[in-house]
Design a protein around this ligand. Sequence first.
Ligand SMILES: *[C@@H]1O[C@H](CO)[C@@H](O)[C@H](O)[C@H]1NC(C)=O
Ligand SMILES: *[C@@H]1O[C@H](CO)[C@@H](O)[C@H](O)[C@H]1NC(C)=O
Length: 214
Amino acid sequence: MGKASTVSSLLCCPCRCLFCGVLSCLFSVLTCVFFSAGLVALVLYLLFRPHIIRATAVSADLSAFTLTPQTWILRYNLSLAVQLHNPNKRIALHYLDVAAHAYYEGQRLADAGLPDLFQDTGETSPLNPEFAGDAPLVGGVAAAGFRREAAEGATFSVDVKISAHMKLRLWVITVPGPKTQIDCPVRIQRRNATDDGGARPPPEFHPTECRVWF
Ligand SMILES: *[C@@H]1O[C@H](CO)[C@@H](O)[C@H](O)[C@H]1NC(C)=O
Ligand SMILES: *[C@@H]1O[C@H](CO)[C@@H](O)[C@H](O)[C@H]1NC(C)=O
């Protein structure tokens, strides 16, 4: 019995060597490590049963969305209300560096920072990104898309994407979580500025389920 086999049998100790070679021992240690890691992951999964968060765009207001002819400057004033639901029974969530981005015709219009958010188990929290300003709309295809949507009842397809870094809290332990992306493709009708007197109700908005991924 050499020194190497003593070391390897020491290493093998928790997992028990099936054969007494160094290589087969190494193999069984690795198998043992992978198996234990898998088992721990499975136990954690069954214990916490993580569920993906749900996000729904529940209301929106598009008070301005106009394209200046010739210069193709898009002026916008958009606010969106998103309900974020944490369906987990044991995992509380911290959202950090929350940022929202609005896209029209695939072009980024604006960014909006949002406050950090703590979400307890089973809680639903509102996110209210607001975008106001102007941005150039590049390309004739995008401008044509705008004119088409303006003609079809002034209902515009805007994409609002929200990103955040997550931390998961299990009881008293906080672990870093994945980066979350929320994608809300919404269709919003522009509010008519000429009848501000309240003669007509604000345009109807159909709640939209957002896509969430990590
Ligand atoms: C955007 O619209 C909201 C609501 O109509 C208004 O209160 C706000 O002043 C507008 N912002 C800009 C920059 O026009
Ligand atoms: C607002 O409504 C009036 C009358 O209903 C219409 O003539 C006008 O084109 C509308 N304006 C916008 C910006 O949609």
